[in-house]
Design a protein around this ligand. Structure first.
Ligand SMILES: NC(=O)c1ccc[n+]([C@@H]2O[C@H](COP(=O)([O-])OP(=O)(O)OC[C@H]3O[C@@H](n4cnc5c(N)ncnc54)[C@H](OP(=O)(O)O)[C@@H]3O)[C@@H](O)[C@H]2O)c1
Length: 440
């Protein structure tokens, strides 16, 4: 057909081609659109791996890019354990559909609410309690939350700023608790941890003495500063965690077989993106629909977004050395990172250690709150069935309730410094002065 048109054009001129003027406009426009669509669609993963018999734990596998990855892995035969915040009918139906569509019955869900560190601990403990230790090939951390602009700061069940907890602290907790299960895997097993990153980490407003934006004003109208900070912390954790895993001396003296990969899926038209951009407003939702052709053009689908994450799971040739975690973008390993924190090993180590202390403090505080609630319910003659509606420990909690990271650090470490995102260091003396000022 195009050849016929070209031939007619060459021999008889443009008047002989019906609708020539319209075709002359449409063809270049369609060409540009399809070029842009291909460009924004990103790269495609070409690595494949037989997942039969492999065990994968996954957070965030019920929605958006996570749901696509879960579908792909179920189809490839993986034994999939989806960590969900609650055993809801929706989650149960999601698992049923996944089983039916993939023909893979080895898809399960377990409760692990990232808003609640105790829930994370309960899942991890249950996993570790298995004797002999369970096979574990891959952990994919895909869950995240993004508070939309204009929405006030949200708190987790532990009374921590929600994005910090769900995106960073809970994954830190999950992975550090599961560490023995990772280390115990036989040496010939290629174990992967995949952390879902985001380009927003570049916009992080990170101050290690004020992770929850309590001293600083919470960025209600620019929440990407807080969201980016949670993702930057997750990436920093990834680098340090890899070094710690690599430093572990296995009883069989075999080299480390666990790789940590951070994967950036790129911008997608996922449910979280829609929630973020529309700020929960009907008007903005209508605007979103009006501009849908634009979003269609420049944003990936979840299927396209999952490619870099699949690359992280399947790729058979991750670069050496084993001590270095790998950052993947567009199915390619990135060596140059924009944020200095991504290359600062000392800072990453410091952040890892401080987070450990922070998690301990939060868990202790939440345990006390739970106990108090149980006693209160007992007094009132109601038995606690552990349901979430009954338990609201820190719904109004602020940093004063949960000891902030810098205060905890002050008590338990000596002579350390707190580095801000801009690289400035606040000395211990400065912090003491600040605290004295606060007291007076
Ligand atoms: N969308 C983008 O443009 C984009 C860009 C770069 C990076 N990413 C990253 O890609 C990942 C997936 O994003 P998405 O857009 O596909 O997100 P999404 O559709 O909103 O899915 C988020 C997932 O996280 C789960 N989750 C949230 N809070 C949880 C909690 N407290 N406990 C347990 N699970 C919880 C959700 O479970 P429920 O279904 O129960 O809510 C859901 O399965 C995230 O890490 C995100 O940061 C996204």
């Amino acid at each position: 057909m195009p050849l016929n048109i070209i031939q007619t054009l060459a021999t008889e001129g443009k008047d002989a081609v019906p609708y020539f003027d319209q075709i002359a406009v449409a063809v270049p426009v369609l060409g540009v659109v399809s070029l842009l669509k291909t460009y924004f669609g990103g790269s495609t993963n070409t690595w494949q791996r037989d997942m039969h018999g492999r065990v994968v734990i996954m957070t965030g596998g019920t929605s958006g890019v996570g749901a696509e990855i879960a579908r792909e892995l179920a189809q490839k035969g993986a034994q999939l354990i989806l960590l969900v915040r609650e055993h809801t009918t929706y989650a149960a139906e999601f698992v049923d559909d996944l089983r039916a569509a993939s023909g893979n019955e080895l898809v399960y869900m377990e409760t692990c609410d990232l808003n609640d560190l105790h829930s994370v601990r309960k899942f991890a403990t249950k996993w570790l309690d298995n004797q002999p230790p369970r096979r574990l090939d891959t952990v994919i951390c895909c869950a995240a939350t993004a508070t939309p602009p204009s929405v006030e700061r949200k708190y987790s069940r532990d009374g921590i700023e929600e994005m910090l907890q769900v995106n960073y602290l809970a994954h830190y907790h999950l992975l550090t608790l599961l560490e023995p299960a990772l280390k115990v895997q036989p040496p010939d097993r290629d174990v992967r941890i995949v952390l879902t990153s985001c380009v927003a980490h570049v916009m992080a407003d990170l101050d290690f003495s004020d992770l929850q934006f309590t001293r600083r004003k919470y960025p209600t109208y620019s929440p990407w500063r807080a969201f980016g900070a949670s993702k930057l912390l997750l990436n920093m954790f990834g680098y340090e965690y890899q070094r710690r895993l690599a430093a572990y001396e296995r009883p069989d003296k075999a080299p480390c077989n666990v790789r940590v990969v951070m994967a950036d899926p790129g911008m997608m038209r996922s449910p979280s993106f829609k929630r973020f951009i529309t700020c929960g407003s009907v008007l903005l939702l209508l605007l979103y629909l009006v501009f849908w052709p634009f979003w269609w053009l420049v944003l990936k689908t979840s299927k396209q977004g999952m490619q870099s994450i699949l690359y992280g799971v399947f790729c058979g040739e991750l670069p050496a050395p084993i001590e270095e975690a790998v950052y993947i973008q567009e199915c390619d390993v990135r060596s140059h990172m924009a944020r200095a924190e991504m290359n600062d090993k000392e800072l990453q180590k410091e952040v890892f250690d401080k987070t450990k202390l922070m998690v301990e403090v939060i868990e202790k505080k939440s345990a006390i709150d739970r106990k108090k609630l149980e006693e209160k319910l007992k007094k009132e003659g109601k038995a606690s069935n552990g349901s979430k509606t009954e338990y609201t420990p820190n719904s109004t909690a602020s940093d004063e309730k949960i000891t902030p990271i810098e205060e905890e650090d002050e008590e338990s470490t000596t002579g350390s410094t707190t580095t801000t995102a801009t690289g400035s260091a606040t000395s211990r003396n400065d912090k003491k002065k600040r605290n004295r000022k606060r007291k007076t």
